[in-house]
Each structure stands twice: as C-alpha cells, then as structure tokens.
Ligand binder design. Structure first.
Ligand SMILES: NC(=O)c1ccc[n+]([C@@H]2O[C@H](COP(=O)([O-])OP(=O)(O)OC[C@H]3O[C@@H](n4cnc5c(N)ncnc54)[C@H](OP(=O)(O)O)[C@@H]3O)[C@@H](O)[C@H]2O)c1
Length: 281
C-alpha cells in the first residue's frame, strides 16, 4: 500500500515508544486508500524525553495531528493548549489535533468502547455495569458509562486503585476482586479492562454461569481476537463485544479531524486488521 503524495498531502501518525507493534498505521492506511486521500499516517518512534520537542516539531512541519500511545498519554495531556472533556475525564490524551495555532487533546477510547457495544447490539445503558480493572482504559470506559448515567461497579486486584478511580468519578462503587463472581448477577454489562486473557498473560478467572439473562459481555483485550472470556460468554448465551472493534472505532474521530472524511468501521476493515493479529503459520 504505497501512496503517491503531492506537496499538499495531509500528514498524521502515531507517537509511541516503542511503536512498531501499533496497528494504527495499517488501520489509517486502509482508510486513506479506501477514500483515495492524498495523505499519509506513519509510525513515529519517540523517546519519552523527546516527546514535547517531537510534537512541536510535527506541528511546525505541517502535520494535522497524531495519535499518542504508551508511554506518552499523560505527557500529551500536559502539553496540550486545550483539553477536551473526554480527555479530562480519562486523565489522558490519545488524539492530538493541531488547529488554530494550538494543540487540542481528546481521548477517544470511551466513545470507541460505546460505539463497539452498539455495533454488537449491546445497550450500554441497559443497567449497572461491572468493570474488571482500574487502569487507564478502565478510567476512560467508566467515564463514558457514567456520562450515560450508568451505575458502575469497579473491581480490581489492587483495591486502592479502584477506590482512587471511584473517588474521582461519582456514581462508581467498589467491590473486592475476590467478590467479582458474586457481583455478576446484579449487572447488565460485564467488561474486562485488565490485561488478563491477553496472549502471554494469565487467564481471567471468572464464572459467568449466573449472569443475568440478556447481559452483555465486553473484553477490550483483542489479542487473541476471541478471548476465553468472549468464548465463555457465548457459551452462556450472552451478548458479546470483542475488543478489536473498540480499537477500530476509537480511531474514527482522529481520522476525520486530520483527513476530512469520517470513515466507517465495517467487515472489510475488521478482516484487514484481524488478518494481521491472527497467529501466523
Ligand atoms: N481494545 C482497545 O481499543 C484497547 C484500548 C486500550 C487498552 N486495551 C487493552 O486493555 C488492557 C489494559 O490496558 P490499560 O492501558 O488500562 O493498562 P493498565 O493501565 O496497565 O491497567 C492494567 C489493569 O490490568 C490489571 N491486571 C494486570 N495484571 C493483572 C493480574 N495478574 N491479575 C489481576 N489484574 C491484573 C491491573 O490491576 P492492578 O491495578 O492490580 O495492577 C489494571 O487494572 C491491555 O490489554 C490493553 O491492550 C485495549
């Protein structure tokens, strides 16, 4: 996929350290080609100590903006001239837009999460939600659910981290990690935001057999594409939303801001990215 660029080409990319694992160049490259856009989206490997100078340099060089990934999301928050509500709630920025002479930061993880639920026929506001985990992704997701008025229960291996999150997000309560199975029947939505179940990590120990009929289960882990949690939820007849869709949906607002076209998340895109995530050989 090699684009022939003009001198007017729109420029964007993903800033991370390391960045080689990022699927974002493949994802945005798919949309650029689909829409025949004179533009490029590139991986930008930037060390933490170089982050601020790199961002200012990209802006000075005419970039439209960039995605920001680990470990730069908090540094990006601090660097922005304007921070949108989504980023304030998440405490982190994953999308930079260079506009009107300044740097605007937003966080698209919560919106991507909700859009993925919608695409899988899960109503996020159907009832209380149980979130496993209290890390960066949990914060963005909990904020998006609270924005819909959903009561959120947090459970995390390190309870104090869940309590800290509940302290900044009114409407969240905390249950012990050991009590997670007992909490399941009271929730309409169960979400894994931990790294458990990811390839090379420990499995997520959970029992869905007492889940409420019609409950939805989402796993934001997307390697493997179908995690054991998603497989177990299907076996129990529950609605499921695997994690790759969230990754695809969270990319939409950035692409629209930089390249001027709002792209769609469809089966062709899913298959293109999934093909890169399946075990080779
Ligand atoms: N689908 C998407 O678009 C998307 C977006 C963002 C993230 N993700 C995925 O979501 C996962 C979490 O990302 P993050 O940025 O939130 O990471 P993070 O801030 O490092 O949080 C990690 C979470 O996992 C928990 N955890 C880790 N090891 C555990 C273990 N052995 N037992 C119990 N809990 C454990 C941590 O609990 P403690 O607090 O006790 O350490 C914490 O709650 C990653 O797999 C990431 O790839 C997916």
């Amino acid at each position: 996929m090699t684009a022939i660029l003009t001198g007017h080409a729109r420029l964007a990319g993903v800033i991370g350290w390391p960045v080689a694992h990022s699927r974002s160049p493949r994802l945005h490259g798919f949309w650029l080609e689909r829409h025949g856009i004179d533009g490029v989206y590139m991986p930008l490997a930037v060390k933490p100590e170089d982050f601020a100078v790199a961002v200012r340099g990209l802006r000075a060089a005419g970039f439209r903006g960039a995605n920001v990934t680990i470990p730069h999301k908090e540094a990006a928050f601090a660097l922005c001239d304007t921070v949108e509500e989504s980023a304030r709630e998440a405490g982190a920025v994953n999308t930079l837009v260079f506009q009107d002479g300044g740097i605007t930061g937003r966080n698209t993880d919560g919106a991507g999460f909700l859009a993925n639920l919608g695409q899988h026929g899960i109503d996020p506001a159907a009832g209380p939600a149980l979130l496993l985990g209290a890390g960066g992704a949990a914060r963005a997701i909990a904020a998006s659910l609270r924005g819909l008025g959903v009561a959120v229960t947090l459970t995390n291996r390190t309870r104090t981290r869940a309590e800290a999150l509940a302290g900044i997000l009114p409407g969240c309560r905390v249950v012990d990690w050991q009590a997670r199975n007992a909490a399941i029947p009271d929730h309409a939505l169960i979400v894994n935001t931990t790294s458990l179940g990811m390839g090379g990590h420990e499995p997520l120990e959970i029992d869905l057999s007492h889940a409420a009929p019609g409950a939805g289960v989402s796993d934001i882990v997307y390697v493997p594409l179908e995690t054991p949690l998603i497989e177990a939820a299907r076996a129990c007849g529950l609605k499921t939303a695997p994690g790759l869709g969230m990754l695809l949906h969270q990319a939409v607002p950035g692409f629209a801001a930089w390249f001027g076209v709002t792209p769609t998340v469809d089966d062709a895109l899913y298959d293109f990215i999934a093909a890169d995530l399946r075990p080779k050989g």
